[in-house]
Design a protein around this ligand. Structure first.
Ligand code: UTP
Length: 287
């Protein structure tokens, strides 16, 4: 079984639900407490042993590249002023040289298209996909849990969350065949089904482990839900030829792609911080 060494971070979307904040700034740079959401995703990948991060970006997303770059002037100034605590924070998000690659998705044609854009950088090996706007608070990171499951069953794995039936229209939903512990064997997947048509309430969240053959199906560039090239549609095809599992991960997910989920993440992550907990609790009591 080939090790998962590479991860794709699709960050080419327009982030329309966060306009005007995302007019000149990438959605993925919105901070939860004091860290951009993309940094949480990258740290999750690093913690799970990922060696190469591939960002699929678009116009107006260069702040992401700058964020993970060496910042000479800032670091030099912090060093000279003896601000070692801040210097450490800046250093912590600088990868090893050559560990990050950036490729442009020239048009935001959908998540499936964004993943397809990274095909030449992935080559012939299994890989992870992380959507930064799905944040997971967990003792063992969500991707780590998925890689542990992958080492047992191989194939393709998605992270699953049981959602209220009224919400199925916002997710890819799987048809479960069998469940062993928290691992679900699924026979099909459908993107954004209406609640009355959804095969279950098991929703795919933004973490995937995929085999490289997925690119053959993405190559077809099938237009799916919302007029976009959907990753779910390619997964629906690969399921017919390869093992496919969903992992009911341990942890709490925050959908930072919409305002309420983003605000909730800020509160929950602030309450985890010893330096902010009491102050945040005070605000919650006040309001
Ligand atoms: P979303 O569905 O949240 O789309 O994409 P979005 O454009 O970011 O946000 P809204 O819906 O307009 O508010 C989920 C993930 O897929 C990426 C996004 O950057 C996000 O990380 N994506 C989406 C792409 O990289 N390219 C696309 O064409 C679409």
């Amino acid at each position: 079984m080939k090790k998962i060494r590479k991860a794709i971070f699709p960050v080419g979307g327009l982030g329309t639900r966060f306009l005007p904040a995302t007019k000149a700034m990438p959605k993925e740079m919105l901070p939860v407490v004091d860290k951009p959401i993309i940094q949480y995703a990258v740290e999750e990948a690093w913690a799970a042993g990922i060696e190469e991060c591939i960002f699929v970006t678009g116009r107006g997303k260069s702040a992401i590249e700058d964020h993970f770059d060496y910042s000479y002037e800032l670091q030099d100034t912090l060093h000279k002023r003896g601000k070692s605590e801040f210097l450490e924070k800046v250093r912590s998000c600088t990868p090893k040289a050559g560990q990050m690659a950036y490729i442009r998705q020239q048009e935001a044609l959908g998540l499936g298209h964004a993943v397809w854009c990274a095909r030449n950088l992935i080559g012939d090996e299994p890989f992870a996909v992380l959507l930064a706007d799905d944040m997971v608070m967990a003792d063992r990171s969500c991707l780590q849990q998925m890689i542990e499951a992958y080492e047992k069953v191989g194939g393709n794995i998605v992270a699953l969350e049981d959602v209220p039936r009224a919400r199925t229209g916002s997710y890819g939903i799987v048809t479960p065949k069998k469940q062993t512990g928290n691992l679900v064997t699924a026979s099909s997947i459908v993107e954004k089904p209406e609640p009355e048509e959804a095969p279950s309430t098991l929703a795919v969240i933004g973490r995937y482990i995929l085999q490289p053959e997925i690119f053959d199906f993405l190559e077809e560039k099938q237009i799916g839900a919302g007029g976009e090239i959907q990753l779910t549609d390619a997964i629906a095809k690969i399921i017919k030829t390869q093992p496919f599992h969903g992992l009911l991960f341990e942890g709490q997910r925050f959908d930072c792609g919409n305002q309420l989920g983003f605000l909730e993440a800020n509160i929950a992550f602030a309450l985890q911080r010893p330096d902010l907990k009491a102050g945040m609790q005070g605000f919650l009591d006040k309001y």
